[in-house]
Design a protein around this ligand. Structure first.
Ligand code: UDP
Length: 248
């Protein structure tokens, strides 16, 4: 695993994230996975707690095109790893091994739809708990007790950024041997309530444009994208250039 740096935050590069996580699940090694994009990076500049959680995560995968394009501009030959695809692969591994999965997040009924779709795909899938993401303190307490008593292997938290990252940080001690993934809006896609951008958008690094078309109210949040470009450009101009032939 190689660690790169984007505006002071780690990004881990691995040739096969899926197998790496399968190994962590198999060996019950507690793991926090963050799927990072430009918007999250810009949030972390203003939110020190979020920045600290990202720095302490066990795996930070390059989810967003902005991150990948920047790292490629620095000479790194890396590919994008969309968090939703990685999470899907990990769910499949868990389902096939009958490892326990716990879901938290999304609007009411969304996780139920996700789980019924998964049950059709994998009849033996083991779900130890599912809760929507709009809970009060009493339900939060119930979720914590349920996590602690059931000790699931894989916990998917889709509460949006930064809440899901902070939530995982706060409660991961309840299931210290689980793999925890912050999945953002993935439950909305898996339930069929929203659709992912057609492949062409992804290939041309324009997934954000499709998202803006589908959720126009996000325009304000998306201003963080040009801001990200500005910050990384400034940083690359200030950074001393690496000389290819320089002795190391
Ligand atoms: N959400 C939630 N509880 C909240 C706020 C949001 O469960 O209090 C869910 C929301 O229903 C959606 C996801 O969190 O499924 C956030 O999705 P978004 O696409 O905004 O993710 P982000 O871009 O923040 O990763």
């Amino acid at each position: 695993m190689r660690q790169l740096n984007v505006l002071g935050l780690p990004v881990h590069i691995h040739k096969n994230y899926r197998d790496w996580l399968a190994q962590r699940l198999q060996s019950h090694q507690g793991t926090h996975v963050v799927t990072i994009n430009a918007e999250m990076t810009m949030q972390a500049r203003k939110n020190q707690d979020l920045a600290n959680v990202i720095k302490q995560a066990d795996l930070v995968v390059p989810d967003g095109s902005g991150i990948v394009l920047y790292l490629r501009s620095q000479g790194e030959k890396i590919d994008r790893c969309p968090g939703i695809e990685l999470s899907e692969q990990v769910v499949q591994i868990a389902a096939e091994n009958q490892w326990q999965i716990f879901l938290i997040g999304g609007a009411p009924k969304v996780v139920e739809t996700v789980v019924s779709g998964w049950r059709q795909k994998w009849a033996d899938i083991k779900i130890s708990g599912m809760y929507d993401g709009y809970f009060d303190d009493a339900i939060a307490q119930q979720i914590c007790e349920h996590l602690q008593s059931s000790q699931p292997n894989l916990i998917l938290v889709g509460l949006g950024v930064p809440r899901q990252e902070l939530w995982i940080q706060q409660y991961r001690h309840l299931c210290p041997n689980a793999v925890w993934i912050g999945v953002g809006g993935s439950f909305d896609i898996w339930s069929g309530n929203k659709t992912r951008a057609p492949e062409w958008f992804g290939k041309n690094n324009l997934e954000w444009l499709y998202r803006l078309y589908q959720e126009p109210w996000r325009w304000k949040r998306m201003l963080s994208l040009p801001h990200f470009v500005w910050c990384v450009t400034k940083e690359s101009l200030l950074k001393p250039k690496k000389h290819k032939n320089a002795a190391t």
